[in-house]
Ligand binder design. Structure first.
Ligand code: CP
Length: 325
């Protein structure tokens, strides 16, 4: 079912492969929940493997959950990045990864500001490369954990209406989510200010369409996903002001009331409270934001095990992780 050495994007995955990852993640998720109050036995899928988290852009959720996921699978984990890495001294990305490979890294989890960085590295090294977000291109594990969270709540993805609102132009999450949810049969509505919409959003899939107004996107939706403005990627003034943006494209209780009564509200984080998301909605009964974060560990366990060529079969003594046998 899984024949990939790397995970660079959702674009290269079939619907069956995505469903397979979600299934594997489900086993890890259930096991982790059962163990939450007690000792955590480790699965040994990655025993003897070295996983390097190379994060050349800031991250809280993705980096931490990859580290926890690799540790729960028994890998040795090293974190590289920020001002403490030699990238700041001018070392190229490829030289950095080649040096990590010389220390026998088996999997490199890469976050990088440039679109295409993960594929560039994957084409040139033997280690498995997992894309943890490359510029405005893709964030595949975020899309997988989003699909997982939606399926947990709704029991399915096919036929659902998912509104994704915000800075679509610069969002790798929007791209990966639209690709993944579209492949799984959901209708995806992309919505944002005209200056923050890509030229042809419909090219992301036959079930993807754009909406000019948030009210149109949210009307009758099963899922409303809000995105922050990627200020670090804005080239020049593309918005009138945060207040104006919040008024026209923010999600508050008035707009949420247009969605289905049992709609869930999602956000990949970090949230800019009061800009794209009213705190009353972010913390309200429809919000599943922290469940997304929880799912991230299980989904990344599944991805790491799969790219390492190890079906997530629990080692003796770790059956309580719930990995499939
Ligand atoms: N969702 C996400 O990628 O968050 P981080 O930037 O904190 O990893």
């Amino acid at each position: 079912m899984w024949r990939h050495r790397d995970l660079v994007g959702i674009e290269g995955l079939s619907a069956d492969e995505i469903t397979h990852v979600l299934g594997q993640a489900g086993s890890f998720f259930e096991g982790s929940r059962r163990q939450a109050a007690g000792p955590r036995p480790q699965s040994r899928n990655l025993s003897g493997k070295i996983v390097v988290n190379l994060f050349l852009e800031p991250s809280t959720r993705t980096r931490t959950s990859f580290e926890l996921a690799a540790k729960r699978l028994g890998a040795d984990v090293v974190n590289v990045g920020g001002p403490s890495s030699s990238a700041v001294k001018g070392e190229t990305l490829l030289d950095t990864v080649k040096n990590l490979e010389a220390m026998h890294a088996d999997i490199v989890v890469l976050r990088h500001p440039a679109s295409g960085a993960a594929q560039f590295v994957a084409d040139r090294v033997d280690a498995s490369v997992v894309n943890a977000g490359d510029g405005a291109h893709e964030h595949p594990t975020q899309a997988l954990l989003d699909a997982f969270t939606i399926r947990n709540h709704k029991g399915k993805l096919s036929g659902l209406v998912v509104a994704i609102c915000g800075d679509i132009l610069h969002s790798r999450v929007a791209r990966s989510d639209a690709l993944a949810l579209g492949k799984l049969g959901a209708e995806v509505r992309l919505c944002g200010p005209r200056t923050l919409m890509p030229v042809a959003p419909e090219s992301l899939g036959p079930t993807v369409r754009s909406c000019a107004r948030i009210e149109e996107a949210v009307a009758g939706a099963d899922v409303v996903m809000m995105l922050r403005i990627q200020t670090e990627r804005l080239q020049g003034p593309m918005l009138a002001s945060s207040r104006e943006y919040s008024r026209t494209f923010g999600l508050g209780e008035r707009v949420l009331a247009l969605a289905k009564p049992d709609a869930i509200v999602m956000h990949p984080g970090p949230i800019n409270r009061g800009v794209e998301l009213d705190p009353r909605v972010a913390d309200g009964p429809h919000s599943v934001v922290l469940e997304q974060v929880e799912a991230g560990v299980a989904v990344r366990m599944a991805v790491l095990a799969l790219v390492a060529g190890s079906d997530p079969v629990a080692a003796p003594g770790s059956e309580s992780l719930g990995a499939p046998s």
